[in-house]
Design a protein around this ligand. Structure first.
Ligand SMILES: [Zn+2]
Length: 770
């Protein structure tokens, strides 16, 4: 049968431009998520090296997908390779012990390096999802020997976007503003339904469906030895960052992981420099502290983060050398051991971004293929060290006491591959003199992911890092991740040898039942600034997952002042309570500056919004301000309060995301049902002092302190705090009566990234109590 040229063309492996209508990397061209899916579907149909599948649905219902790429022979044996990975990851499965190493050696001979490449978690960093198609096309179609070597020796799991919804959110905004003064701006909404940029801070709490799909259906199935996570950084720094990460490294990251990312990152950087790439930095800016960004570091895989300099979304820009700005660890205008050679400036466009990304990715794959046995041997060594019996005096494990939130914590640990063992339900038991309640669980350290559990159950002591001038070096993200503290679960570390005596106890109520949030009786609304705020998104997630209804009010509604009212003659009540999430005071007031965005997004609350908000409160409404938003209330309502840490240099006071200790007045309705002492997540947080101010709108006697930092104890529980003495005895949560209504000011984040369940009751009480 004679095929027409058109039909013949359809059976050949298509290049991306044949499906998209443009080549990925072309200026001012973005693909929609449907186009990406179309392209990978075409690869799946035309190439015997590509399997493409849908793993589930994103937060907004789009297909969440992955391509598995390898030689046809390897693709036919995927189940066998999964088994090999599974046994090397957990050497307890290689029995008997006496032959463990011999069996492992045989598995290493047969196994392949498994490489997970993740793109597009941050949707304005458009280069990577576009590069995913370039990477897949070359792997699917090339006859080059180096590609054959990669296909024979590796299994590549390629996720074109960890955030499919964001692909279209950014493309729609970009296309809408193309050829306007706002071309190349970031969209005025979170590019993930709930978390925005914080979607890459969810790799230990696993709250979002995209995180859950990646962990459940990729990481935990395949245990990749290498995770290449492709990102973009700002436009004005280095052209490319590669590992090693700058200090500190979180102490539970195994040393062989540090060695692996150091060797591989340095090797890619070296090869790219040989090819003439400029402006590459290593060992700067990005640390390896928080497990929130690095699931693989606790699961046997090295994370190779790459951060290429951005342009203006898909629009080119021109940069002068003197415009380039220093970041932590290097100056892009000066060659140094961590940076070089200097990029002299010039045009920077999307094709530069995709070129850096694809070059680094193929070098990484080449290393994975060439050093296959070394990667597998290191992976096995990590597993073997994890499962070895603990020596006397070493940490044996943690006992987790039952409580209202312990089930959530145990669910999270289970999702991270952590096993909980003895003792069984229905017994109490004693360790030393301490009797533990029925339902207490034990997490042993001698299991593959014991280190992951340890990181989340122990206290973080962030090192006091200073630069040459004595200034504190900022962490890349935050400094604490003690999830047991955040969730209010009591845990006890126990040493080896672990012995306990079991006592039979009557089987009573199952302990550790998840506590349901109180349904909110009063109508309330969340304020949504035109400038997207992560805290607003996380708040919606917490409420949506509990089925709690709420309204949304933006700048326009508050400026119009038509929606928020207390009952009065002829007035329909819509909301009694308004929540203002964490956001800088100035952003709340001013929003985007005029001219920076289309006019409907600019201006913030403005003076009229402030006036309407005050009217709402004085006529009986409640306004709840979270963290930095509290500064807005103090300033705009002239409250008799002072933020005692306002404007202090970091050398005097610094708390970059830490868990602090607060004491509560439990007679206040907001603290009802809480223990006397709890935690507070502090991050750029105000600390309150009541002041007698003749210019204040209300007298100091209108202030009631609900929570304060202790007078005689160190406020720090986990993380990093400088200048803790300054806040001792100061207030962390206050209520101020204004007219017939009130404001409640949180000097911390009570629902931080949907993790701080310990303080959710304060949050919910603030929205309901009166
Ligand atoms: Zn990013």
């Amino acid at each position: 049968m004679c095929l027409s040229p058109l039909v013949a063309a359809q059976t050949k492996i298509p290049a991306p431009q044949e499906v998209l209508g443009f080549a990925p990397g072309e200026d001012r061209k973005l693909a929609s998520w449907n186009q990406v899916i179309d392209y990978f579907d075409r690869l799946d149909r035309t190439s015997d090296r590509v399997l493409f599948e849908t793993l589930g649905n994103s937060s907004m219902g789009k297909p969440f997908v992955m391509a598995t790429i390898s030689s046809p022979a390897n693709l036919a044996r995927l189940e066998e390779f999964k088994q090999i990975q599974d046994q090397l990851a957990d050497p307890r499965k290689l029995v008997p012990l006496a032959t463990r190493d011999r069996k492992a050696a045989e598995l290493m001979r047969r196994g392949k390096t498994v490489v997970l490449i993740t793109c597009g978690i941050h949707s304005t960093e458009v280069g990577s999802y576009l590069s995913s198609m370039l990477i897949a096309h070359r792997l699917a179609s090339s006859t080059e020997p180096e590609i054959q070597k990669i296909l024979d020796n590796t299994i590549i799991l390629l996720v074109p976007s960890l955030n499919p919804d964001g692909v279209d959110i950014v493309k729609n905004w970009y296309d809408r503003t193309l050829d306007t003064p706002f071309e190349g701006t970031d969209p005025p909404e979170l590019y993930h339904k709930y978390t925005g940029h914080d979607n890459n801070r969810d790799w230990y709490a696993f709250t979002q469906v995209e995180t859950q799909l990646t962990v459940d259906k990729i990481h935990n199935v395949w245990h990749p030895q290498i995770v290449h996570d492709i990102h973009q950084q700002g436009a004005f720094g280095s052209r490319l960052f590669l590992p090693p990460y700058m200090p500190p490294v979180e102490p539970n990251v195994p040393k062989p992981i540090v060695t692996a990312y150091t060797q591989l990152g340095n090797w890619i950087a070296g090869e790219m420099r040989k090819q003439g790439f400029q402006g590459i930095t290593t060992n700067s800016t990005y640390d390896a502290w928080s497990p929130a960004r690095a699931y693989s570091h606790y699961h046997g895989g090295a994370r190779i983060l790459s951060e290429t300099a951005s342009a203006k979304i898909a629009s080119p820009m021109t940069l002068k050398l003197e415009e380039l700005r220093s970041r932590e660890g290097y100056d892009p205008q000066k060659e140094s051991p961590k940076f070089g050679p200097v990029w002299p400036g010039g045009e920077w466009r999307l094709s530069d971004i995709t070129k850096h990304m694809t070059t680094a990715a193929f070098l990484l794959l080449d290393h994975a293929a060439t050093n296959r046995e070394q990667w597998l041997a290191r992976f096995y060594a990590i597993g073997k060290e994890a499962v070895r019996p603990r020596r006397p005096g070493e940490l044996f494990g943690f006992l987790i006491e039952p409580g209202p939130t312990s089930v959530s914590l145990l669910d999270i640990l289970a999702r991270g591959g952590v096993e909980t063992t003895l003792p069984k339900d229905g017994t109490t038991f004693k360790v030393g003199r301490h009797t533990f309640p029925e339902g207490t669980k034990l997490v042993r350290m001698d299991q593959p992911y014991g280190g992951f559990a340890k990181a989340l159950l122990e206290v973080q002591r962030y090192p006091n890092l200073r630069d040459a001038t004595g200034h504190p070096i900022a962490p890349y993200d935050v400094t604490a991740h003690t999830l047991s503290m955040l969730m209010g679960v009591t845990v006890h570390p126990v040493k080896a040898p672990f012995t306990y005596s079991r006592q039979t106890a009557p089987v009573g109520e199952t302990a550790g039942v998840r506590k349901e949030a109180t349904p909110l009786k009063d109508a309330f609304a969340i304020y949504k600034s035109s400038v997207p705020a992560h805290d607003e998104g996380w708040t919606r997630w917490i409420l949506d997952t509990r089925g709690i209804r709420y309204g949304m009010l933006g700048d326009r509604e508050l400026r119009a002042g038509i929606t928020v009212f207390k009952p009065g003659p002829g007035i329909t009540v819509k909301y009694y309570v308004l929540l203002i999430p964490d956001q800088p005071a100035r952003t709340l007031l001013e929003g985007y500056k005029a001219g920076a965005m289309p006019p409907e997004y600019t201006g913030g609350l403005g003076p009229q919004g402030v006036k309407n908000l005050r009217d709402f409160i004085e006529t009986g409404g409640t306004a709840v301000f979270l963290n930095r938003a509290s500064n807005f209330a103090i300033e705009q309502f002239k409250l008799p309060l002072r933020n005692v840490v306002d404007g202090l240099p970091r050398t005097e006071f610094y708390v970059p995301g830490s868990i602090l200790r607060i004491e509560l007045d439990t007679t206040h309705p907001v603290a009802q049902g809480m223990p006397k002492e709890t935690i507070a997540w502090a991050e750029d947080s105000p600390v309150f002092e009541v002041v007698e101010d003749p210019n204040a709108m209300v007298p100091a006697s209108n202030v009631r302190i609900i929570a304060s930092y202790p007078v005689d104890k160190n406020p720090l529980l986990s993380g990093w705090l400088l200048g803790g003495d300054l806040i001792k005895g100061k207030a962390a949560l206050v209520e101020v009566t204004m007219g017939k209504g009130r404001v409640i000011l949180f000097g911390f984040r009570p629902q931080y990234r949907a993790q701080s369940e310990a303080t959710y009751p304060l949050f919910f009480n603030a929205l309901t109590s009166r």
